[in-house]
Write a protein that binds this ligand. Structure first.
Ligand SMILES: NC(=O)c1ccc[n+]([C@@H]2O[C@H](COP(=O)([O-])OP(=O)(O)OC[C@H]3O[C@@H](n4cnc5c(N)ncnc54)[C@H](OP(=O)(O)O)[C@@H]3O)[C@@H](O)[C@H]2O)c1
Length: 246
């Protein structure tokens, strides 16, 4: 797929992977819709960077876990662009209180890491005739050995993978749906680790460093470009799944 003048919605594009993805699509000539929930400065910075590469980029605030917010956002997109070519379901959270017994954390993570993408996709499918959907999952949705301090996060990312495959079956061949499963990416999701902490976190990978958000963005663009990858989950984890197998 050639992205010139294509319309791309990236959810959670005020920071980290989403912001890098918005910029990567702008570099390809796409018109980018930068969605954010609370970080208006981050969204503005992302817009300024996108505007260096392509035209007609906009910022739209919406809590993607809220049906009304999403419905309004898609109305605005329809009015301004008519339709949408690419959706990147990237918005997500990491809840430090995630634990096997914390029901509130499960609910919060379910809404913000899974249901939110289901809601956005529902409204996007009303205006997307042909195109691509890329879901940002996580290697934690795939690791067989688990991580109890990220139990809800892992469970709902695993659900997201399954959802990706079933959705791909439903909407192909007009729309190709895929997902990406990153390892540890150096974004604000990890707080602000200093150099030493980054090295420590990077040791979980065979590549012995953290992954940069731009490297995940490149893989998302790769998936969106393909005319033949359909219902796939692309692992981009620097070899993390092999390291932790011992
Ligand atoms: N970093 C990693 O190591 C890693 C690894 C694997 C997968 N991932 C996944 O990658 C995705 C992006 O994470 P990141 O690391 O780039 O984190 P990040 O830097 O914290 O960015 C998260 C983004 O999601 C947005 N967001 C969260 N909840 C939202 C909601 N309900 N509505 C709208 N926007 C919302 C945030 O917007 P505001 O700040 O404006 O509220 C922000 O733009 C997530 O799905 C995460 O699970 C990350």
């Amino acid at each position: 797929m050639d992205f010139k003048n294509k319309v791309v919605l990236v959810t959670g594009a005020s920071s980290g992977i989403g912001r890098a993805t918005a910029i990567a699509f702008a570099k390809e000539g796409a018109k980018v819709i930068i969605n954010f929930r609370s970080d208006s400065n981050g969204a503005k910075e992302a817009l300024e960077k996108c505007n260096k590469h392509s035209k007609d980029n906009i910022v739209l605030q919406a809590d993607v876990s809220d049906v009304n917010d999403v419905s309004e956002m898609l109305d605005k997109i329809k009015k301004q662009f008519g339709s949408l070519d690419i959706l990147v379901n990237n918005a997500g959270i990491f809840d430090e209180s995630d634990s096997p017994t914390n029901i509130e954390a499960f609910d919060n993570i379910y809404k913000n890491n899974f249901l939110s993408s289901v809601i956005v996709t529902k409204y996007v499918l009303e205006i997307m005739k042909e195109g691509r959907i890329v879901n940002v999952s996580s290697i934690h949705g795939r690791l067989g050995h688990g991580r109890p301090t990220a139990i809800a996060y892992s469970a709902f990312k695993a659900a997201f993978e399954n959802y990706t495959k079933n959705l791909a079956k439903e909407v192909a061949p007009k729309i190709l749906v895929n997902a990406i499963a990153p390892g540890r990416v150096n974004t604000p999701q990890w707080g602000s680790p200093d150099k030493k902490e980054q090295e420590e976190l990077g040791r979980a990978h065979l590549i012995k460093r953290m992954i940069q958000p731009e490297e995940i963005a490149d893989s998302i663009v790769f998936l969106a470009k393909s005319d033949v990858i359909c219902g796939e989950v692309l692992t981009v984890d620097g070899g993390m799944s092999l390291v932790t197998l011992g």
